[in-house]
Design a protein around this ligand. Structure first.
Ligand code: DP6
Length: 328
């Protein structure tokens, strides 16, 4: 008997960042966060139960899963098996349409797709909120990729209550321009970096105090479809996250000189009247929030200034979904 399911999930970019955990074992965040699910760079994952297998195995973009990657996937699947009362291992086939580990949130789309496909293949009948809490166990930000559009991760009190929800729809239209300044693997993985920040940064308590206020303010700006206020607050929040990381001991610095040049260009474009705002995650790439009608012009400026780099344009993307190949 084969049980197989395929799911697709998209990355998300936080407008109010998740940075720091209050419980690492259960992946409970220190604060809530708020994000936009993208419509580019999806992950497609197939989970196929294999009664004969002695361990989980699989591929990522055609290469065998091994080492840390395989053990993280397998540890996640252990959660699924525990909930499903199963001891069967699986084959996991994943295709990521973006460079893995380049700060373009492949772990978010990856674990959201894996959670959805694995829940289906193992016969768990879960609501989107339960799927979101499950995806969180793989990677915190993955809980937000279960939903489409603008999404809030409620920090919750325990495993079941720490999940994302979709925000009410609004007239706000956002595009995100992703300037791929560096597509290599990141030097400091976000999990270790946020732990160093939590344990050593004198600015971390200030960050934890600020984020809930930023979330409330952001939700008001979103409801009012106030693009300028949304963009400015997203940029302020991203800079505050990096400030807390930079103050860690040793410092966690994701920026390189191109990142700073890209932040300069965002400021210049704004001065020229092309309104846009910057955000950055656990890598050197800069993502630019703008109105959809300005996205192509902004992308062109970035391509010109940075010698023909890859620049992606994204709008608001869908919730994670199953592809109908499921047989049992
Ligand atoms: C900077 O979700 O990758 O992108 O929970 O340890 O897997 P783990 O971390 P992860 O961290 C994402 C951090 C961020 C900000 C964000 O997406 O909110």
């Amino acid at each position: 008997m084969t049980k197989v399911a395929t799911a697709v999930a998209h990355p998300n970019i936080a407008l109010i960042k998740y940075w720091g955990k209050r419980d690492a074992a259960q992946q409970l965040p220190a604060t809530g966060s708020l994000s936009l699910t993208l419509d580019i760079a999806p992950t497609t994952t197939t989970v196929e139960l294999d009664e004969a297998a002695k361990a989980d195995y699989g591929t990522l973009n055609g290469e065998d899963l091994s080492g840390k990657e395989l053990s993280r996937v397998s540890k996640f699947l252990d959660h699924v098996r525990e909930r499903a009362g199963s001891t069967t291992y699986t084959k996991v086939t994943t295709v990521n349409e973006i460079p893995t580990g380049a700060g373009l949130a492949s772990s978010a789309s990856g674990f959201a797709a894996l959670a959805l496909a694995a829940a289906k293949a193992y016969g768990l009948d879960y609501s989107p909120e339960q799927l979101s809490a499950l995806a969180r166990r793989g990677s915190g930000s993955a809980c937000r990729s279960i939903f489409g559009g603008l999404v809030e991760w409620l920090p919750g009190d325990d495993d079941a209550s720490s999940h994302a929800v979709a925000l009410p729809s609004t007239d706000l239209e956002l595009s995100l321009v992703v300037a791929v300044l560096s597509a290599g693997r990141k030097k400091i993985d976000s999990r270790a970096a946020m732990q160093t920040t939590v344990e050593t940064s004198p600015f971390f308590p200030a960050w934890v105090e600020q984020v809930p206020k930023d979330i409330e303010e952001m939700k008001q700006h979103i409801a009012a479809a106030d693009f300028s206020a949304v963009g400015l607050l997203a940029e302020c929040n991203a800079m505050a996250m990096h400030a807390s990381a930079l103050a860690a001991r040793p410092p966690v610095r994701y920026w390189n000189s191109d990142s700073v040049a890209a932040l300069d260009l965002v400021a210049t474009l704004r001065e020229e009247g092309l309104e846009c705002y910057a955000t950055m995650d656990a890598g050197p790439n800069v993502k630019i929030l703008c109105r959809p009608s300005d996205a192509e012009k902004i992308a062109e400026r970035f391509r010109n200034e940075f010698g023909g780099i890859n620049v992606l344009i994204s709008g608001s993307g869908p919730a994670a979904y199953l592809v109908e190949n499921t047989a049992s």
